[in-house]
Design a protein around this ligand. Structure first.
Ligand code: E4P
Length: 220
């Protein structure tokens, strides 16, 4: 399972890019606006922070077919790592079909049901983004929705990749992997938690102490 960082904060993106554990990023209008940066400047900073094979999800801010097409083409033309995020509305799905035929990769965002996900696959989406945390905010079992999407896509061998979004905990990342999604996009803080374990820390401290006590010489 690939991991994307769900952030527009350059320092966070850079740190995880340097660690080598992320395959890309997702942003949205809210995440971009809280940076307080001019959008063009922000996007070019993101481009120069991430290496060549990463995926960069940038979202349109239009809701009508023609403007969605215009904005999506403009975003895709900026860099070949861009996947364009488009909301799951009728004009968005129609635009997804057209853009996919043009070879532009589309991530249909704000997906909350298996039936929306079915339409996204039929519209040729590259990614479908079920928002699990937001479903749980309204007491809907987000994991059940994700499992149904996984099953439906398997049943018909859809190529659309499932991008588990709206992560609210480390546990969500574990459940995403168990459910068999293709990608999870997570805020910085949960990705940072993934490599931590108290037994790693105490184990390492003991290894180093035992080595020091033995007064051995290392190879280099
Ligand atoms: C994904 O692409 C979205 O940006 C994101 O996961 C939304 O998460 P939120 O519900 O925490 O805002």
């Amino acid at each position: 399972m690939k991991i994307f960082i769900d952030s527009a904060q350059i320092e966070q993106i850079k740190e995880l890019e340097d660690l080598g554990v992320i395959s890309g990023i997702t942003t949205n209008p809210t995440l971009a606006s809280v940076t307080g940066k001019n959008f063009k400047d922000l996007v070019s900073e993101i481009f120069s922070t991430l290496s060549k094979d990463r995926i960069i999800n940038l979202e349109v801010i239009a809701t009508d077919y023609e403007t969605i097409l215009k904005q999506a083409r403009a975003l895709a033309a900026l860099d070949n790592r861009v996947v364009v995020k488009i909301p799951c509305i009728p004009d968005g799905l129609k635009a997804c079909k057209k853009l996919s035929e043009e070879g532009i990769r589309v991530n249909i965002t704000l997906v909350f049901s298996p039936m929306q996900a079915l339409l996204c696959a039929n519209a040729g989406a590259y990614f479908v983004s079920p928002f699990v945390g937001r479903l749980e905010d309204i007491s809907v079992d987000g994991m059940e929705i994700v499992s149904e999407i996984v099953k439906i896509y398997k049943n018909y061998d859809y190529k659309t990749q499932i991008l588990f979004a709206s992560v609210r905990s480390v546990e969500h990342i574990r459940l995403a992997a168990l459910a068999g999604v293709d990608v999870v996009t997570s805020p910085y803080e949960y990705i940072k938690e993934l490599y931590k374990h108290p037994l790693t820390d105490t184990g390492l401290a003991k290894f180093l102490k035992d080595w020091t006590d033995a007064k051995e010489e290392f190879i280099v």
